[in-house]
Design a protein around this ligand. Structure first.
Ligand SMILES: Cc1ncc(COP(=O)(O)O)c(C=O)c1O
Length: 370
């Protein structure tokens, strides 16, 4: 954090007070990086080839990512202007929040959830309204609907919820959208949609034509299931005029030709990529079962990560993982998120998890009764 008085020019005080974005820790050569929910598989050779051939570096990319938008539009049964591509879905989140909320306006989201949400609201000059998660580390959509005021401009629903893991069901989401005023933007952040195996989970793009409510925008990314985190490409599907507002706030030309080519090549290679996703989802399910056996009260996990509710000991326990060559992501006072990574990392995670659960007090909520 920087004091506004240390800065030689006048900076908005709320921006000066912002801690800089904290990335998941980098891992040494012999450690497993399980801190950023990345895909542990190497990129497919065909995708790498397409990136290499994409375009000369001295040329700007197509600002509208038209080929990728057309491809996604066809897939989801919408027009091309009903798709918006950004340099990662986080950039589209920022655009949507900036387009809808400014000083005096409120942005509602669950907490704890994706750590970028509070930052997005501050940068837009808006006020965050954080609604605590319900038992089971799930969204409390009734409480979120009840938190809507005249000042609410955007609501973010993260499913599966990063970092805790549970999904919102289709029935819960439909009932929620019914309750929200139709002129309030609802952002359905489905960054981990492809890893979901619960048939009751919401899927904002289930039916052709996108989500039927014009105030709902669905966000997806190529960073996770498709393994393109380093190239920065994500997309939104929604009402064209809502997406126009996001496009108006976007920094032009931020999606590179290489990112667009990689996304297109990944869609071509989707069967192979989704097979990898299936492997990770199975690994996750096995990990959750085994972690619960060690005594951890792990919530339902539907993304490519699991959550250890370590409470006040999150930082200390995370350090024990790091010492063992497992770089995990602690959230001080709350818990530890561990990405489902390489096959070889799983036994190590279980070993450390079992050894540290002993240190939790008997009545700690992170421990199961058993
Ligand atoms: C819930 C959620 N939304 C959005 C993102 C942003 O992903 P990207 O900007 O890489 O598309 C992430 C990344 O971790 C996430 O966890």
């Amino acid at each position: 954090m920087t004091e506004a008085s240390d800065i030689p020019v006048r900076v908005r005080p709320e921006v000066a007070a912002l801690p800089p974005y904290k990335q998941g820790r980098q891992a040494g050569a012999d450690a497993f990086k399980l801190s950023s929910n990345e895909n542990p598989f190497d990129p497919l050779p065909g995708v790498v080839e397409k990136v290499r051939d994409a375009a000369a570096f001295n040329r700007y990319p197509d600002a509208s990512a038209a080929r990728l938008r057309a491809r996604l539009a066809e897939r989801f049964g919408v027009t091309a202007d009903g798709v918006h591509v950004g340099a990662g879905s986080v950039s589209i989140l920022a655009q949507l929040v900036q387009a809808t909320a400014g000083p005096g306006d409120e942005v509602i989201y669950a907490w704890r959830s994706f750590e970028a949400y509070p930052w997005l609201a501050v940068v837009a000059g808006a006020t965050s309204v954080q609604v605590p998660l319900a038992p089971g580390a799930r969204h409390d959509l009734d409480a979120m609907a009840a938190a809507v005021t005249e000042r609410t401009r955007a609501i973010i629903v993260c499913t599966p919820n990063n970092p805790t893991g549970p999904i919102v069901t289709q029935a819960e989401f439909d009932a929620f959208v019914e309750k929200v005023p139709s002129d309030v933007l609802v952002i359905l952040d489905e960054a981990y949609a492809e890893f979901v195996t619960d048939p009751d989970a919401v899927n904002g793009l289930r039916a052709p034509g996108g989500h039927p409510s014009p105030n709902v925008v669905v966000l997806r990314t190529f960073s996770k299931a498709y393994g393109l985190a380093g190239l920065r490409v994500g997309y939104a599907v929604g009402h064209p005029r809502v997406l126009d507002a996001a496009r108006s706030t976007a920094i032009p030309l931020s999606v590179t030709a290489q990112a667009e080519a990689a996304a297109l090549a990944s869609l071509d290679a989707e069967a192979e990529l989704l097979e990898r996703v299936r492997v990770i989802a199975e690994r996750r399910d096995a990990l959750v079962v085994a972690l619960r056996k060690t005594g951890w009260d792990v919530p339902v996990a539907q993304g490519n990560f699991v959550w250890l509710p370590a409470g006040a000991q999150a930082i200390d326990i995370a350090e024990r993982f790091v010492e063992a060559g497992l770089v995990v992501r602690p959230f001080a006072g709350d818990g530890i998120r561990i990405s489902v990574g390489e096959h070889e990392s799983v036994d190590k995670v279980l070993m450390i998890a079992a050894s540290v659960v002993e240190d939790l007090p008997e009545d700690h909520s992170g421990r199961t009764e058993a």
